[in-house]
Ligand binder design. Structure first.
Ligand code: SF4
Length: 366
């Protein structure tokens, strides 16, 4: 038992513990992440699903310590078990305590933890200003319009891997080939405006992967891409995962992709983890009424690679006026009056490796 515990903690890569992120805007305070828990191990893929605005992307940015003002982390810990690539020694760092512009987080971002987005401008929270969008784009190595792709890729690869510029150029060409860019030997000397939107997206993915991160945060990375290109990119991710023991946090609306890629799924609603389970258990034995509603209209998971989250009844609550008790209660078909609108459920273990935040599983006195 002790041995198991020890190997379990050795494998841990990121632990998010009771994370709170708030945005203090003129209209009030938005609790974008409100008590989030997440564990990701080396070599593991964890899928994170939930409707837009549920806090998935903000959690991802908190892991990179990139919450722009007026947002800030107001509670909790993000423990990064950082392994020295030479000695193998593991040191635990609380990312929330790091200076967001400091040396340590800059080494981690893009190098040890890579991040790819579908479309940064639309995937961010609406309370960001245009200036903050631009700041974020630059700090995430987004494509610089006046630089050739090859130069941008070589600079990024050399900054994060011990290779020469010539080797970095070879790595860049090979990675462009892997993500399906035609004639990569020529394309590497193109400028971003000479590529289509889909090709630019693939180049961003190629840059993130060519740094061989130990963990990849993929935030809707392939949604805008053609299905065959998507399959190709998912293959590249899996290859890297197998050869490098890379962990992946996969944020998506596509349940087909998440069923194919992830071992474990976390469902988020209004900034909270409402359910966490292994993929098969979550799809076939969902416990939380929100997850059940999301999955209800799906005929058969795994049949199609393009199965989107269902739209569920009712409106997402106004973030400035959250419902009392369980935040899902105004939309919940299992609503228990006098209980669900009064008591906030805790995160309860409902089965082997299965947690749900719902009063149906909790014995509480009203
Ligand atoms: Fe539904 Fe009540 Fe469970 Fe919330 S606590 S999900 S309202 S049954």
């Amino acid at each position: 038992m002790e041995d198991n515990m020890e190997s379990k903690s050795k494998d841990l890569f990121i632990e998010v513990k009771d994370l709170h992120v708030e945005f203090d805007v003129r209209a009030g305070i938005v609790k974008a992440v409100d008590g989030m828990f997440l564990e990701i191990r080396r070599g593991q893929t964890v899928g994170v699903i939930g409707e837009s605005g549920c806090g998935k992307s903000v959690t991802a940015r908190a892991i990179m310590n990139m919450i722009p003002k007026p947002g800030k982390i107001t509670g909790g810990e993000i423990l990064y078990h950082r392994r020295n690539r030479e000695t193998g020694e593991v040191q635990t760092i609380d990312i929330t305590k790091l200076d967001p512009d400091g040396e340590i987080i800059r080494q981690i971002r893009g190098g040890e933890i890579g991040m790819i987005f579908q479309e940064p401008m639309s995937s961010l929270t609406p309370v960001y200003t245009a200036g903050q969008h631009i700041h974020e784009a630059v700090s995430l190595h987004r494509l610089i319009p006046v630089k050739k792709l090859g130069d941008q890729m070589v600079e990024t690869i050399v900054a994060h891997r011990k290779v020469t510029k010539e080797e970095a150029r070879e790595i860049a060409i090979e990675m462009l080939r892997k993500v399906g860019i035609p004639k990569p030997e020529q394309r590497v000397d193109s400028y971003p405006h000479q590529l289509s939107g889909g090709q630019r997206q693939r180049v961003m993915i190629a840059i993130a992967l060519s740094c061989q991160p130990e963990m990849l945060i993929a935030d809707e990375p392939t949604t805008a891409l053609d299905v065959s290109i998507e399959a190709q990119i998912l293959d590249v991710m899996r290859d890297l995962q197998n050869t490098m023991d890379m962990a992946i946090m996969f944020i998506t609306h596509n349940l087909g992709v998440v069923a194919e890629m992830a071992e474990e799924i976390v469902v988020m609603y209004m900034g909270k983890q409402v359910e966490r389970a292994r993929v098969v258990d979550l799809f076939y034995k969902p416990k939380h009424p929100y997850t059940q509603a999301l999955l209800r209209s799906i005929p058969r998971i795994g049949k199609k690679s393009d199965v989107r989250l269902a739209t569920i009844e009712g409106m997402v609550p106004d973030p400035f006026h959250l419902p009392t008790g369980c935040v899902f209660h105004p939309r919940c078909p299992m609503f228990m009056p006098g209980k669900c609108d009064k008591i906030e459920p805790s995160n309860i273990q409902v089965d082997d490796h299965h947690w749900a935040r719902c009063l149906l599983y909790e014995e509480v006195k009203v």
